[in-house]
Design a protein around this ligand. Structure first.
Ligand code: M6R
Length: 601
């Protein structure tokens, strides 16, 4: 949530900071702003709405060598110009990603000291606190250090002080921040896309460390304000992974990468032998129960994993959304492994759930896409998904990579618990090898899904139904559709409809009915017939062509072992959601009110 970029160097910095913000706009797009030093003074330009609104207001030719910028996902106060960052109070100008939980107390204290506030934000309070502490300490670093100890919450900060126009200061706690150098200067940024055009080497700032950046160097100070040795990390991905490469939207590009992502994730942990699974997942043997905790789509992969691991490995799995789990009584013990699933590795609630488990001395494992993200760094075990950078706010390829990891884990646990015979194991391995081709084939069949999207895109509500695994698939299908098209799409267990929801079915109400599990397919079909009898418009998604026609449209998906099936089931639903959103002229990669990385509670 919120993207921040700062640059100080020998070259004109406004284009660099602006371009950096463009690459981070997926983190928030309610307003944007830049503070830059020109004529020895700090100038601030900000605008409501997307970053593009700022473009005309900036003079990219002026020679400014130091600037900080921000693209906002509003937390405190409306998405207007006053609340846009940077926020300046006294000598301090700040851009912020995170939430300050004690900002009201701090604000009251500062009001009593004579400070006045223009915005409703928590960030303006940070600027005032820095200014106040600076008056006491008479030293910028000490003032930042004092301020850091008074803030409660999460923060990644870029800071300018008018008494020191050669340096940018940075600080972080629980919100991501990286630093990087290239020949012409030094950066701070919320994420790698902002720096990748200049360098693939970056530094991770640890919690509560302070950084000072000038045109020559980056200095990092630890908690006691002692200089720390800098350690560089290398981003191994390709530059093109953060570009659209000719696709109209990142979402479409990312769906088209799913076969490659599946292959890369499989190849990282499985060479076709069970021995390789033992090498990578052997540590799981120690645990008798799993708690899977995540948010949004990542949570849905946990719902699927619960069904798979319980059915095939006979192990109890409890799956819960992180925002609930973090505050509830947990019945975990030393036999439990808490599994956190997150694309970004920065989701605030998932991170808090991890910290809660660690605090209770329960072992944790992260399934994470972003290298060295907070969740990856803090978990006891880390399994990386190999989706590469995902830019569209709606997750697609990262979701597939998370399902891929859970398929491997299920296979491994089922094997060590002797729940699968040799023939079934060999069939699964055969399907794993076949899957990239089948994923591609389904993506190529996009016109079928687009034709259906053209028929239903104008509806105000669309239902998804399924049983068991297919209910979990329905949850994700419904989320994908609603988040990018703003159509009210809700998932129900097919058997539950007649206990209330069926009253919502009217003439031609679209119902996307998913049935891939052959053990209960007939039961689902009976439920579909019940809604067809009430004139619903039924879109039937299945891996088996039915004997009779009880649907209006049929999406035939490829049939593979249930351990892998959900990876194929989701593809038509992602593409259908994409086309519905496109027909409705929605901003597909940046849906309203959302942001990619939810770093606030
Ligand atoms: O980065 P994470 O995987 O932890 O994010 C979790 C959710 O915020 C995320 O999956 C969200 O639901 C997506 N917008 C869904 O497309």
């Amino acid at each position: 949530m919120c993207g921040i970029v700062g640059f100080v160097g020998k070259t004109n910095c406004l284009p660099i900071v602006y371009n950096g913000l463009e690459t981070l706009e997926y983190r928030g797009y309610d307003s944007a702003g830049i503070a830059y030093i020109y004529n020895n003074k700090i100038n601030i330009i900000k605008e409501k709405g997307k970053l593009i609104n700022l473009k005309d207001k900036l003079d990219f030719n002026i020679s400014s060598k130091i600037a900080i910028g921000h693209t906002r996902w509003a937390t405190h106060g409306n998405a207007n110009k006053t609340n846009a960052h940077p926020h300046q109070v006294g000598k301090f100008t700040v851009v912020h990603n995170g939430i300050i939980e004690n900002y009201i107390d701090l604000k009251n204290k500062l009001l009593k000291k004579g400070y006045q506030f223009k915005s409703e934000t928590d960030t303006e309070v940070i600027s005032a606190l820095l200014d106040y502490n600076y008056k006491l300490e008479k030293d910028i670093l000490k003032s930042i250090n004092k301020t850091k100890n008074e803030l409660v919450g999460s923060f990644a900060l870029g800071i300018l002080c008018s008494d020191d126009i050669k340096n940018i200061y940075a600080l972080r706690y629980s919100s991501p921040l990286i630093l990087a150098s290239f020949t012409n200067g030094n950066f701070l940024a919320s994420d790698i896309p902002a720096i990748i055009n200049y360098t693939n080497k970056y530094i991770l700032l640890d919690d509560l460390e302070i950084a000072k950046l000038n045109e020559d160097k980056i200095t990092i100070y630890n908690k006691d304000l002692k200089e720390k040795k800098i350690k560089y990390h290398i981003f191994n991905g390709e530059k093109t992974s953060v570009q659209k490469n000719g696709y109209e939207h990142f979402m479409l590009k990312e769906i088209n990468e799913e076969d490659k992502v599946f292959k890369e994730t499989i190849n990282s942990y499985f060479d076709g032998t069970l021995k390789s699974l033992n090498e990578n997942f052997g540590f799981l043997k120690k645990y008798k129960k799993f708690d899977i905790v995540a948010c949004g789509s990542a949570y849905h992969t946990g719902v699927i994993a619960k069904s798979l691991i319980e059915n095939y490995a006979n192990i109890i799995v409890h799956t819960e959304v992180a925002s609930e789990y973090r505050y509830k009584k947990c019945f975990y013990d030393k036999d439990t492994l808490v599994i956190l699933v997150s694309q970004s590795g920065e989701t605030a609630d998932t991170l808090a759930a991890l910290r809660k488990a660690k605090n209770d001395k329960i072992k944790t494992m992260a399934i994470v896409n972003v290298l060295d993200s907070s969740i990856a760094r803090e978990a006891d075990y880390v399994i990386y998904t190999k989706a590469g950078p995902e830019i569209a706010v709606a997750t697609t390829k990262a979701y597939v990579s998370q399902l891929t990891i859970f398929s491997l884990i299920t296979l491994y646990l089922a094997y060590i618990n002797n729940n699968l015979d040799k023939i079934e194991i060999n069939n699964i391995i055969k399907d794993i090898k076949l899957l990239p081709k089948l994923i591609k084939k389904e993506i190529k069949n996009y016109q079928t899904y687009y034709n259906i999207a053209d028929k239903i895109y104008h509806n105000k509500q669309i239902f998804f139904i399924g049983r068991g695994l297919d209910y979990a698939n329905s949850l994700e299908g419904a989320l994908k559709l609603k988040e990018i098209s703003y159509i009210n799409s809700v998932a129900y267990q097919a058997g539950e409809l007649k206990h209330g929801t069926i009253s919502l079915i009217e003439n031609k109400t679209p119902v996307i009915a998913i049935a891939t599990d052959e053990l209960i397919i007939d039961k689902t079909i009976s439920n579909i017939k019940e809604i067809k009898a009430r004139n619903a418009y039924v879109i039937y998604v299945s891996n088996t062509k039915p004997k009779d026609i009880f649907y209006d449209d049929f999406i035939q998906i490829e049939k593979v072992h249930p351990i892998l099936q959900s990876i194929l089931t989701i593809i038509p639903l992602q593409l259908l959601a994409y086309k519905v959103a496109k027909n409705n002229k929605c901003d597909i990669d940046k849906p309203r009110n959302l942001a990619k990385s939810v770093t606030v509670e």
